[in-house]
Write a protein that binds this ligand. Structure first.
Ligand code: NDP
Length: 540
């Protein structure tokens, strides 16, 4: 008997779709179809693929409201927020389709002095079939970060959406099938965790996972059985830093949006704020005022919707209770904020840095605000979790410096989460937030393998890879390497004066010739180089 999966609107409890769960055999069959389609798709030129992807982009753009409605139905998020994620995904699709050739197409690279007789080139070839496992919080934008870039790189995709948002996955696959009805470029497999695990074991050529760190570890373990490479886009505990010279009102506005939008169910949402003591009180006032304006519900004034995953309400409640019981102060909301399915915004101050509200991903409309005496302290505390996904800095003078010191994959300076809307920027984390990158040139390359080709243009002056190599060649080779690399200090300082002559002489002949060629090279001054005294002596 076939098993069914009901998709439920979390705001109303209405069943909005019923889907058949795919068995292991059906997952395998989908991957087999994808492999067949990959033969056709990968043989097309970048320009031909761009035509198809542009057509799909047009369909998505024209039906944006319809797709946003499916997202709204399955996640409960506001229609405008759903449209925002769809729109940004469409923009990524345009970028990936337009840039794939430039990033991945064959290009020449210098063959180097040792192999000057070779013409060298590299191109990035598609892997074949990519499996994508997605979460429910941004059911379009997040998986599309993998799907779009995998397709643009010439792969086909089998996508397992979250069990909470199967309808969104089906909608996406059907919309591409309208453009390309005869080839299974994007298929959806439906089910719970077991279906995802089946996809991991199905022999796909790469698996792109987005979800929690705990599930990411299970995905890696399953993929390891076949040595299937993985990308892990996992959770976060993102911090926002406010420097003493920051625009405090703008920082508070960004913190409110970053913490509460999408009911806090954002992997790069703001969960912690570190504020310089000189502007702390002002910031808390500004944030408090804004937080009071946000409420969760289904009425026309509601700014955020329900918690999509029912169990997440308990996590939010546990974090708030832990913070408050250990001396934290709820200046907005508090223990009463989490309701049955809707959670009202909470702002916590004076929370101990080892409480769960600071160390664990909350994934709800809750934010902690901590006072710091310096931005050094802010950086240290911000880097104090195992996560490292995104971060935000508000500072007029020190934005880039502070951003660089934050151990996260992305940082926004003076605005919140801007990097998600810039397709050229890579997206991904470090530590428990995962590894690998989607978006941008890095995101395209993730779904390829580098193909290096060297073509002999002429016979080499020094025949190195032959059993007919002579002692004279060995000596010339040794001298060449010493000449090129043995005096790195001097060469780095004066490359133009002698490097060409050294090279030419070295290639053309004997150590004697090389020695004569190097006569114009001045030895390193004793004070500036000690290492050259041994390595460089043979060629003086
Ligand atoms: P989960 O880890 O619970 O699930 C993610 C996906 O994995 C779902 O499709 C799920 O299926 C599937 N899955 C569950 N068990 C397995 C398994 N054993 N093998 C293979 N797949 C499995 O995450 P959520 O859906 O709850 O998403 C929220 C999490 O995602 C948060 O931690 C958030 O931070 C993170 N996230 C990270 C992003 C990033 O880019 N770094 C972006 C968005 C979210 P099912 O739903 O059917 O259980």
């Amino acid at each position: 008997m076939t098993e069914k999966l009901e998709s439920v609107n979390p705001a109303t409890g209405d069943v909005v779709g019923v889907h058949t769960i795919d068995t292991d055999a059906e997952v395998q069959a989908a991957v087999a179809r994808a492999r067949e389609a990959a033969g056709w798709w990968s043989a097309l030129s970048f320009d031909q693929r761009k035509v198809v992807l542009d057509q799909w982009k047009g369909v998505l753009a024209r039906r944006m409201a319809q797709l946003a409605d499916v997202v709204h139905q399955e996640t409960g998020k506001l229609h405008g927020d759903a449209q925002l994620e769809v729109g940004v995904a469409i923009d990524h699709l345009g970028w990936a389709a337009s840039h794939a050739r430039k990033v991945l197409g064959r290009h020449k690279v210098a063959s180097g002095l040792l192999m000057a007789n070779q013409a060298a080139s590299v191109e990035y070839l598609p892997l074949g079939v990519v499996g994508v496992i997605g979460p429910w919080n941004y059911p379009v934008f997040t998986p599309m970060g993998s799907i779009i870039y995998a397709l643009a790189a010439g792969n086909t995709v089998v996508f397992k959406p979250s069990e909470l948002t199967p309808g969104v996955g089906v909608w996406l696959a059907e919309s591409l099938a309208e453009v390309v009805p005869d080839h299974a470029l994007l298929q959806v497999v439906i089910g719970h965790g077991e279906t995802g695990a089946a996809l991991c074991r199905s022999g796909v050529d790469k698996l792109a996972f987005t979800g929690s760190t705990a599930t990411g570890k299970r995905v890696m373990a399953a993929c390891a059985e076949n040595l299937t490479p993985v990308i892990i886009e996992a959770g976060g505990k993102d911090a926002l830093l406010v420097d003493e010279d920051a625009d405090v009102a703008a920082a508070a506005d960004a913190a409110a949006w970053g913490a509460f939008s999408n009911a806090g169910q954002t992997c790069v949402g703001v969960e912690r704020v570190y504020v310089h003591e000189r502007v702390y009180d002002e910031f808390v006032d500004e944030l408090t005022r804004r937080a009071h304006d946000v409420h969760a519900g289904t009425d026309a004034d509601a700014r955020i919707g329900p918690m999509t995953l029912a169990g997440q309400v308990d996590v939010v409640r546990r974090h708030i209770d832990d913070a408050v019981s250990r001396g934290g102060r709820a200046v907005v909301g508090g223990s009463g904020s989490p309701g049955d399915r809707f959670v009202q915004p909470t702002v916590l101050t004076d929370v101990p840095q080892d409480s769960s509200a600071i160390t664990e991903e909350t994934f709800g409309p809750t934010v902690t605000v901590s006072k710091v005496s310096s931005m050094d302290e802010a950086v240290t505390l911000a880097n104090g979790t195992r996560y490292g996904l995104g971060s935000t800095v508000f500072s007029k003078a020190r934005g880039h410096e502070l951003a660089r010191r934050l151990r996260t994959g992305m940082t926004g300076i003076n605005s919140v989460i801007p990097f998600v809307g810039i397709p050229a920027l890579p997206f991904g984390g470090v530590g428990d937030s995962g590894f690998g990158r989607i978006h941008g040139a890095d995101g395209l390359k993730e779904f390829t393998f580098a193909k290096a080709v060297a073509r002999q243009r002429m016979r080499p002056v020094m025949a190195l890879t032959t059993f007919e190599r002579t002692d004279k060649t060995d000596a010339a080779f040794a001298s060449l390497i010493t000449a090129l690399h043995g005096r790195a200090t001097q060469l780095a300082r004066r490359p133009r004066r002698y490097s060409g002559r050294v090279a030419a002489n070295a290639i053309s002949g004997s150590p004697g010739v090389i020695r004569r060629g190097l006569r114009g090279v001045r030895p390193a001054s004793r004070s500036s180089s000690t290492s050259s005294s041994t390595t460089g002596s043979s060629i003086r």
